[in-house]
Design a protein around this ligand. Structure first.
Ligand SMILES: *[C@@H]1O[C@H](CO)[C@@H](O)[C@H](O)[C@H]1NC(C)=O
Ligand SMILES: *[C@@H]1O[C@H](CO)[C@@H](O)[C@H](O)[C@H]1NC(C)=O
Ligand SMILES: *[C@@H]1O[C@H](CO)[C@@H](O)[C@H](O)[C@H]1NC(C)=O
Length: 262
């Protein structure tokens, strides 16, 4: 009897600590300390979920050494939660953007850790508009900027091609990244797809999905269950189509809790 309940306890703990996290594009400007409060509240309420939060002051870090004061306050608050990892947004224009401009953005984010008054350290980079092509020039470009981020104290590297990597390229792209968004599309596109056909087999633990235009009445729980069942690295759903609101976050977090009970 004692042994049995011990095992049940161990199993439910193991399933509560899911490896599937939330990858949240947080593209709103923190007008005041309430704009991002749904994020703070969700992180506080769900300490067992990792929130990888993508910040994006100006389609990248912007051209000043540090972001604006209100932005600094928001970043410091995000960093005050152990289960939030702040990730900086950088566009790559399908690996066609001048690589020195990408490296300058990396350097700016990296340097935020030198800000003394508050902790605005960034823990990684989200490379947006990433290529999915089986093209050695593009693969090398992504490898180069990933190494640049990692050697600049930005250890977590995310690529966002938003679509499945072309056949033959997955091994190299996944080697260069910690997480790759292989499906960034509408909720309705996801529900009409066969997930196994849209994500590279063998890499689910490093794959992520971001579903936009997911009505607040949609079945978030089934998506989160699928994501967890596949062992995906991260998942997110939002009712917005521009990532400028976080209205859906309460529902997303609740779906993670529900899914962990199944
Ligand atoms: C928000 O900012 C205002 C003005 O700076 C401050 O008085 C208030 O305590 C802050 N609230 C929170 C929850 O941090
Ligand atoms: C990093 O920050 C320091 C100030 O703390 C500044 O002097 C330096 O120019 C910055 N470097 C970059 C690359 O922004
Ligand atoms: C600042 O925040 C980062 C990321 O959360 C954390 O790793 C680091 O230890 C913090 N630094 C200080 C000085 O608290």
């Amino acid at each position: 009897m004692f042994g049995f309940s011990y095992i049940v306890g161990a199993l439910s703990l193991a399933s509560a600590v899911s490896s599937t996290g939330i990858l949240l594009p947080l593209y709103s400007w923190p007008e005041d300390n309430t704009t991002w409060s749904p994020v703070y509240n969700a992180a506080a309420a769900h300490p067992d979920i990792l929130f990888q939060v993508i910040v994006n002051p100006s389609s990248g870090p912007g051209d000043t050494t540090y972001p604006d004061e209100t932005y600094i306050a928001g970043l410091a608050k995000l960093n005050s939660y152990d289960n939030i990892q702040v990730i900086g947004y950088i566009p790559t224009e399908d690996a066609e953007r001048d690589v020195s401009a990408v490296k300058a953005d990396i350097s700016t984010y990296s340097n935020w850790s030198s800000y003394k008054a508050q902790n605005i350290t960034v823990s990684g980079i989200f490379f947006d508009e990433a290529p999915n092509a089986n093209d050695q020039t593009k693969i090398s470009y992504m490898q180069e900027i990933s190494e640049s981020a990692k050697s600049s104290n930005l250890p977590t590297v995310v690529f966002n091609p938003g679509t499945k990597l072309e056949d033959g390229s997955a091994a190299e792209y996944f080697k260069a990244a910690d997480l790759i968004v292989e499906f960034e599309n509408s909720y309705s596109a996801w529900t009409s797809t066969v997930p196994a056909n849209d994500l590279s087999g063998g890499y689910y633990s490093k794959a992520a999905i971001i579903l936009y235009s997911a009505p607040l009445t949609a079945d978030y729980e089934t998506v989160v269950q699928e994501a967890r069942g596949m062992g995906l690295g991260a998942a997110y759903l939002t009712n917005s189509d521009d990532y400028k609101t976080v209205d859906s976050l309460v529902k997303v977090a609740a779906s993670f809790v529900q899914a962990s009970r199944c």
